[in-house]
Design a protein around this ligand. Structure first.
Ligand code: NDP
Length: 249
């Protein structure tokens, strides 16, 4: 049932969201539902029972499972109109101390996972000749965020930005748009876990963010909806920075 629809073209559209069980992905799932979209969430664990969406358990690093999920979902529900890649993780350590596992897992989830999902669903969207993909990168793909120590995360997010541009270039003339969004610090479980380990980071984040506060998942969701809707039909290969001004320094 459509309520509070900002983008009428999203009414009835099929939206697939990775990492939609929590945080930015979950907030965006709720906003798509408000537009009248049908939402399918792909996540490690079965998420919120009260969300009027289908949940499918999937690890985005498993390329075979991603491909079979894309095929099964498409055969059953139709070809998605919108794909949002929100699954992501972070591991903190000095570059010289980061374990090979922490390097590999972050690259696998954030970069390779985003690629697997774009490729698997993108094949169907290309066949249909339409679709909008939004990948969540990060301002960390542009700045290093010292004194935080997240070399694998920063490298993965720079990769997501360039993956997005490359797919956009390859797919633009076949009706599939691909854009990314680069949030600054957003109040979710991901940042809460970082603050639990290093509470002093909170003051650093606020001091370095010109707006002086963390963003909300809903503020990020607003921009994702715009990138998913026909309102942004001229945009592909763009990265939208949404960081309260953090990267202006
Ligand atoms: P959360 O940790 O709140 O949510 C991330 C979600 O991704 C969780 O539901 C998690 O599942 C899921 N997930 C993790 N690994 C996998 C996997 N292998 N396969 C499928 N799902 C997985 O994070 P945020 O909402 O904060 O972040 C969402 C995205 O935004 C991420 O890509 C993050 O890097 C990015 N981002 C976040 C910022 C922030 O400040 N919060 C800033 C910039 C970018 P589970 O709950 O089971 O772990």
């Amino acid at each position: 049932m459509m309520t509070n629809a900002t983008y009428p073209d999203l009414d009835g559209k099929l939206v697939v969201i990775t990492g939609g069980g929590r945080g930015i992905g979950l907030a965006t799932a709720r906003r798509f539902l408000e537009q009248g979209s049908r939402v399918v969430v792909l996540d490690l664990a079965n998420g919120e029972a009260e969300l009027d969406a289908e949940f499918i358990e999937l690890d985005v690093t498993d390329a075979g499972a991603v491909a079979s999920t894309a095929d099964e979902l498409t055969a059953r529900l139709g070809i998605p109109d919108v794909l949002l890649n929100a699954a992501g993780i972070v591991r903190s350590a000095n570059a010289e101390d980061m374990s090979a596992d922490d390097w590999t897992r972050v690259i696998d989830v954030n970069l390779s996972g985003t690629f697997h999902v774009c490729q698997a669903f993108g094949r169907h969207m290309l066949a249909a000749g339409r679709g909008a993909i939004v990948n969540i990168a990060s301002m960390s793909g542009t700045v290093s965020n010292f004194p935080q120590k997240q070399v694998s995360y920063n490298a993965s997010k720079a990769g997501v930005m360039h993956l997005t541009k490359t797919l956009a270039g390859e797919w633009a003339d076949r009706g599939v748009r691909v854009n990314s969004i680069s949030p600054g610090y957003i109040a979710t479980d991901l940042t809460a876990a970082l603050l639990e380990r290093e509470p002093e980071l909170g003051a650093v984040w606020r001091e370095r963010t010109p707006t002086g506060r963390l963003g909300t998942p809903d503020e990020v969701a607003s921009i994702i909806l715009f990138l998913a809707s026909e309102a942004s039909s001229l945009m592909t290969g763009s990265d939208v920075i949404a960081d309260g001004g953090y990267t202006v320094w």
